[in-house]
Write a protein of this length. Structure first.
Length: 213
């Protein structure tokens, strides 16, 4: 079974990873209904953390010990603590995972940490704003690769701004190949427009998936 390695740290922004966790863990809209993702909580240490929403989370493992492979996801939600020098070992692990076959998803503050470490200097990427990266990330030199989009995919890295959890999830699902194109289009439409016809299209796409050979 594949896994979501969710990095948890104090002040984690709960809403930024909600869609990703719900859909990958439940598999309710997957093309292959038998496919599932285990959720593994990873911390810099094994000490419990408190999210921005007040949830207390206890890491299952230290992030330094994980070894994600093909099909796995290392998920890096935003937090107010990402530019703390104490996160340096975490960034070293992210660099290692980026050099593997696993997918890395970074949103909001996590993109700032990657930028400050030079990991976005030669990759297409986005964040909350280019000016923010230039102001708060002295190690960042990736302006030519910055795209003013809600979410950006470059190889096995997906980046997004804090305001784009749906676009972030959409590009992650596309990269992981868990939904059919019709299902993913309908899912995206439902969560961006709220139109009933998107829900019906979503249900119809699942019926088609179940009848396709």
């Amino acid at each position: 079974m594949t896994a979501i390695f969710l990095y948890v740290t104090d002040t984690l922004a709960d809403w930024e990873c909600g869609h990703v966790l719900a859909e990958l863990h439940s598999g309710r809209y997957f093309t292959d209904p038998t496919r599932r993702y285990d959720l593994v909580l990873c911390g810099r240490t094994l000490d419990a953390v408190t999210t921005m929403g007040g949830l207390r989370l206890k890491p299952d493992v230290a992030i330094a010990s994980i070894d994600p492979g093909a099909g796995d996801l290392l998920l890096l939600p935003g937090a107010d603590t990402w530019l703390d020098p104490a996160q340096a070992p975490v960034i070293a692990k992210v660099k290692q995972v980026l050099d593997s076959d696993a997918v890395v998803g970074a949103i909001c503050g996590a993109t700032m940490a990657l930028a400050n470490a030079g990991l976005l200097d030669e990759r297409l990427h986005t964040s909350n704003d280019l000016a923010v990266l230039k102001m708060f990330c002295p190690g960042y030199h990736g302006e030519p690769f910055y795209k003013n989009d809600h979410a950006v995919t470059d190889g096995n890295l997906i980046t997004a701004g804090s305001f784009a959890p749906v676009e972030f999830a959409t590009q992650l699902f596309r990269k992981l190949g868990v939904m059919s194109p019709a299902t993913l289009d309908a899912w995206h439409g439902l969560f961006t427009t709220g139109k009933p016809e998107c829900f019906y299209a979503l249900m119809a796409s699942l019926e088609k998936n179940s009848t396709d050979p």
